[in-house]
Design a binder for this molecule. Sequence first.
Ligand SMILES: [Zn+2]
Length: 191
Amino acid sequence: MRFLLVVVVLLLAACQDDSPNTKSINMYNGSGDMVGTATLTEQPDGVKIKLKLEGLTPGFHGIHVHEYPKCEGPDFKTAGNHLNPEGKEHGLMHPKGPHLGDLPNIEVESDGTVDAELMLQGATLHDGKKSILKEDGTSLIVDAGQDDGVSQPSGNSGERLICGEIRVDKKGSNTETPTDPTELNEKQKQE
Ligand SMILES: [Zn+2]
């Protein structure tokens, strides 16, 4: 019984440490090819998104954080709508906006690449109403066209082209070291 208590305490301690300040995700096109990465970093005023992509058409593209961490191509409808925990209207320029998941357009270079830094204002990687890692997580999607910043429900920015899942890391996926003491305890109990 005492051993079990120790295990529970250790598990609780591990959970509390699981509040990342940075998170990297892979981005995929509708055919499932990896086309870049996004690195999310917790900041005082929101989450900074460092984006590196290739294979896009040059020009402006809308980009948004969506409700569910589910990128199933080719249309990525599985990701749901723009993340909107406060029931606002779409658009950074809308007087009753924006959605928490709304971001400024990105500009793709003539060679089809983009290397940009965006700020998701007010969002957090930690717990809370404005978390982008609550429940299972969310996703980051780049659209075919430019977000006009006011049209409902998504700025008239066209089809979804590229998607990356912002997923909560599952507990116990790194089972090697942490379970060793547990296994030892289990053996001792049996003997
Ligand atoms: Zn929106």
